[in-house]
Structure formats: structure tokens, C-alpha cells
Design a protein around this ligand. Structure first.
Ligand code: OSB
Ligand code: MG
Length: 368
């Protein structure tokens, strides 16, 4: 498949409800949509999941755009690429820039699965047609969170993640656990704590949480390992994990017993599959995270979540929790706490060109 053209659309879509974690508040999701086209006119879509600011990872939307245009596209422009493995090989010269790589790599998977006439989820070995999913709730007052948890549990979501930070943690979780004794409940600190808070974090053990996501800094494997020894609750790493090597370090040191897997943060689906295989071979729990993706990125999340061993309900709520209007036709809807994996050709979504136009701020095309 000869790669002929790359289009990048700068998108801006308002979230249904603004979302805060310990590091940032997101009201409007600004991201880049990437369309990759072959010489025979087949195309695949991907999205850049970086944010405008480096508060979550080092990559930003602009760094991704620059990297795509100046480093990644020139490595594949005009090349005949037979498989995602080959694409990853062509990119292997690039250090880092995972989210930029992932935007193109996922788009290529869309082309590849169309060409092979096999739905993407089947291509990567999906075993589940339906996937139980969870919700990630932003920082809020205990009163509002109690109401929101009740709402999402009512809707059928089977796992709830609550964002925490110092001063908005134990008491909130105590109140939620009291009202929902059997709910699969977990917290995510986005790195807001330090080892000085180890005793406080250990008190969370009383609330039978599924896991504590990213309590400490984004590059801190050593203190996470020390902390994990002091906790009964599993530590889950998110921001630390950019590659299989990072997962290996976490496993070797005992920094975590679970991994939040995001295809964007690790450079795409091919890399994500390697990480899943490693985690499963080493008894590390692994599950699918989210980055406020549009229907495009969400399809790739769901494909990964439908693999064997990925059953822990991930951060992939239905589209309408995020968007009043999505940029794909027939966005995913929740049925009894589950999303149905698409059996459609290619990546399993159809782009709504009118919606893309409506939310597109500017478009740039890079030809052969
Ligand atoms: O830490 O998992 C995170 C969203 C953006 C950036 C980081 C994170 C999140 C979420 C929400 O927790 C996931 C989602 O619902 O898409
Ligand atoms: Mg997280």
C-alpha cells in the first residue's frame, strides 16, 4: 500500500461537561485528526491524543504536529508499506514522539484492515463482542460526586474511577464507598502525591479500591515500588508508561501491579499489543485507558478492550458522555453497561464529514 497523502485537521470540540484532574481542566478538546491516503484511494483515520499543554505528558499537540510533518511523514511518504509492523519499523529511528507516531499508526491499521477485508478488532485477535466499560469522574465536591456516581451506576457502568488530589481524597472516597459498598471503585491522582503522603495513601486500603492510579510523579519508578510495598491496594501506572521497556522496569522493580494502557501514550496499536502480551505473561493487570478521544480514537480503544484478558472495565464511556455531536456516524451507545464492538469493515467507524468540517479550525495537506 503506497502512502500518498496525509491530511491533518485541527479540531476543537466542546466537552459536554468540563473535566478537572489534579493537573488541568479541560473544557474544550483540541486535537488533530489525521487522514492517511494510499495511491489507490484507500484512507484511514487517526487522532493525536496529546493536549495543548504538557501537563499530562511531554508531548503536546504542536509537538505532535511538528513531528508528524517534519519527521514521521517524510519517513513513510511514497513508501509501499505492507503491514503495521513495517510501518513501526520505518518509524523506529524516531525516539519518543509516541502520540505523534500513534496518530499515523492507527490510521494505517484502518487502511490495513480495509485492505484485508477483516474488521480491525478481529485482525488484532478480539475475542469479546461486547465490552463492559467504566467512567472516569473529574475532581468535584463529595456531594456532586455522590450524585454523579449514582447516575452512572444507574446507567449501567460497572466501574467508577474518581480523580483525587491532596485535600480531596480520603473523606470523599469514604462517603462514596459507604453509599456503594460493592461498586468496582478506584482513584487516579495523576501524580499529585509524594512519599510524604505514604501514610495517607495507605489509609485508602480501608476502602477496597480496585487500584490507585499514578499516585506519584510521571517518571518515578523507584518511589512507586517503595509505596507499592506499603499498600495492599494495587498501584496502577499511567503517566510512567511510554513503552514496553517502561512496563518491564515497573515489573522488575515492583512499581505497580496494574497498567493503564493507552495506545497514544505508547506509540500505537502494534506497541500496545506487545505490552498486553507481556503483562499477561507476567501477571500484571492491564486495561484500556482513555484520553477524551473522538469516535475515531474511541474505536481503537474498544478494539483493544475487546481482547482476551482486557476485561477490566476501562475509561471508555459512551460517546455522548463526552460529546453532544461526535465526528463519526452512529457513535457507540451503552447497553447494560457494555459497548458493542463494531464488526464493520476497517476500523469500524464511518467519518461524518459534515461534523468534521463543523469542528475543524484549519486543515493542512501534505502530499507525496
Ligand atoms: O489520567 O487517565 C487519565 C483523561 C485525560 C488525560 C488523562 C486521563 C484522563 C481520564 C479520562 O482519566 C479518561 C476518559 O474518560 O477518556
Ligand atoms: Mg490516569
Amino acid at each position: 500500500m503506497k502512502l500518498k497523502e496525509l491530511e491533518v485537521y485541527r479540531m476543537s470540540m466542546p466537552l459536554v461537561e468540563s473535566f478537572s484532574n489534579s493537573q488541568m481542566t479541560v473544557k474544550t478538546r483540541v486535537f488533530d485528526l489525521v487522514k492517511l491516503t494510499t495511491s489507490t484511494g484507500m484512507s484511514g483515520w487517526g487522532e493525536t491524543v496529546a493536549f495543548e499543554t504538557p501537563w499530562y505528558t511531554t508531548e503536546t499537540l504542536e509537538s505532535c504536529r511538528y513531528s508528524i510533518e517534519h519527521y514521521l511523514w517524510p519517513l513513510i511518504r511514497g513508501k509501499d508499506v505492507a503491514s503495521p509492523k513495517e510501518l513501526v519499523q520505518l518509524f523506529s529511528r524516531v525516539k519518543g514522539h509516541q502520540m505523534a507516531q500513534a496518530a499515523i499508526e492507527t490510521a494505517f491499521w484502518g487502511i490495513y484492515s480495509q485492505d484485508k477485508k477483516v474488521p480491525l478488532n478481529r485482525m488484532i485477535g478480539s475475542v469479546n463482542d461486547e465490552v463492559a466499560v467504566g467512567v472516569s469522574l473529574g475532581l468535584d465536591t463529595a456531594e456532586n460526586l455522590l450524585r454523579k456516581v449514582a447516575e452512572v451506576v444507574d446507567k449501567g457502568y460497572t466501574r467508577v474511577k474518581i480523580k483525587i488530589k491532596p485535600g480531596q481524597d480520603i473523606e470523599t472516597i469514604r462517603l462514596i464507598r459507604e453509599k456503594f459498598p460493592d461498586l468496582k471503585l478506584m482513584v487516579d491522582a495523576n501524580g499529585a502525591y509524594s512519599m510524604a503522603d505514604a501514610e495517607l495513601l495507605a489509609r485508602l486500603d480501608d476502602y477496597h479500591l480496585e487500584m490507585i492510579e499514578q499516585p506519584l510523579g510521571d517518571d518515578d519508578f523507584i518511589n512507586h515500588a517503595t509505596l507499592q510495598k506499603q499498600l495492599q491496594t494495587k498501584i496502577c501506572l499511567d503517566e510512567n508508561i511510554h513503552s514496553l521497556e517502561d512496563v518491564k522496569v515497573a515489573f522488575a522493580l515492583g512499581s505497580a501491579r496494574a497498567i493503564n494502557l493507552k495506545w497514544g501514550r505508547v506509540g500505537g496499536i502494534t506497541k500496545a499489543l506487545e505490552i498486553i502480551a507481556y503483562c499477561q505473561a507476567h501477571n500484571l493487570e492491564v486495561w484500556c485507558g482513555g484520553m477524551f478521544e473522538s469516535g475515531v480514537g474511541r474505536a481503537y480503544n474498544l478494539a483493544l478492550a475487546s481482547l482476551s484478558g482486557m476485561e477490566f472495565p476501562g475509561d471508555i464511556s459512551e460517546s455522548s458522555r463526552y460529546w453532544r455531536e461526535d465526528i463519526v456516524k452512529q457513535p457507540q451507545k451503552l447497553h447494560q453497561g457494555k459497548l458493542t464492538v463494531s464488526e464493520g469493515v476497517g476500523a469500524g467507524f464511518e467519518i461524518d464529514s459534515q461534523a468534521v468540517q463543523k469542528y475543524c479550525l484549519k486543515k493542512r495537506t501534505v502530499h507525496l
